[in-house]
Design a protein around this ligand. Structure first.
Ligand SMILES: Nc1ncnc2c1ncn2[C@@H]1O[C@H](COP(=O)(O)OP(=O)(O)OP(=O)(O)O)[C@@H](O)[C@H]1O
Ligand SMILES: [Mg+2]
Length: 243
């Protein structure tokens, strides 16, 4: 089953919509429109029957509601919003959160974002549970950043695997990239995802041009791989391709 996002030109480019139960990585630099895109998709696909949840580690619930209001979106009753900051993330937070997602039978989940979850997540608890040799072997000379990297990747791998096991759940995982060469900073969430949407912006003089790149979409014949768009007063508008 495919889920039309109702962002029409985008749906057309991906064979009608996003396959259900996919993990979609939404990546790009800061300010490129990742959060707005995810909120707009939830607004379009969620209702009482198709429950959605937006988990933010970056914006408060009232900021997210105000943003929707400024775009003239009626989101009340469409999807739930949860906001967490560092001190709110307890040791058992992820276990409890994923259990709640299952119990409440959410069908759509946005996590905004993976890097800010990483900063807050209780992953350092995990360090106690395995030795450095478990990661790198016995005869390796190690340095702390390498250990940190391996732990982060293991965490992401485990976390995404747990998301994939929740039946009926489609996930938008927001990530960040800070250069043109890499899709992610972590170099693992891209391989684990079923689809990758890369958001870009550039400015010429006072004008900003934005584009959405379909970098990967499993099980899908993609028609166009790059869509130019604007963020208008009412949200994302895909521009006609001049070619
Ligand atoms: N109500 C609005 N009307 C028009 N444009 C808006 C509106 N709200 C946000 N924008 C534009 O969208 C941009 C931010 O988009 P968004 O918050 O989705 O970016 P992001 O990719 O999630 O960034 P970050 O990684 O920093 O969270 C703003 O900088 C602004 O240009
Ligand atoms: Mg954002």
């Amino acid at each position: 089953m495919r889920i039309p996002t109702k962002i029409k030109a985008f749906d057309n480019a991906i064979d009608g919509g996003i396959p259900a139960e996919f993990i979609i990585l939404v990546t790009g630099e800061s300010g490129t429109g990742k959060s707005i895109f995810c909120q707009e998709v939830l607004k379009n696909v969620c209702n009482k029957k198709n429950k959605g949840l937006y988990l933010s580690f970056e914006q408060s619930v009232s900021q997210i509601k105000d943003q929707a209001k400024s775009l003239k979106w009626a989101i009340k009753g469409k999807y739930d919003i949860v906001s967490k900051y560092g001190s709110d993330v307890s040791r058992d937070f992820l276990d409890e959160f994923l259990a709640m997602v299952k119990k409440e039978k959410y069908r759509f989940l946005v996590i905004d974002s993976l890097p800010s979850l990483m900063i807050n997540a209780p992953i350092f608890e995990m360090v106690e549970n395995f030795k450095v040799a478990d990661i790198l072997g016995d005869n390796t000379i190690i340095s702390p950043p390498i250990i940190g990297d391996s732990i982060s990747r293991r965490f992401i791998y485990a976390f995404v695997s747990r998301l994939k096991k929740i039946p009926g759940l489609t996930v938008f995982l927001v990530n960040q990239t800070d250069d043109m060469e890499n899709i992610t900073r972590d170099h693992v969430s891209d391989f684990l995802s079923d689809g990758i949407l890369l958001f870009r912006k550039s400015s010429i003089g006072n004008e900003i041009t934005r584009s959405l790149h379909i970098e990967k979409m499993r099980e899908t014949r993609t028609e166009l791989i790059m869509l130019d768009f604007d963020i208008t007063r009412t949200g994302i508008k895909i521009l006609k391709n001049e070619a």
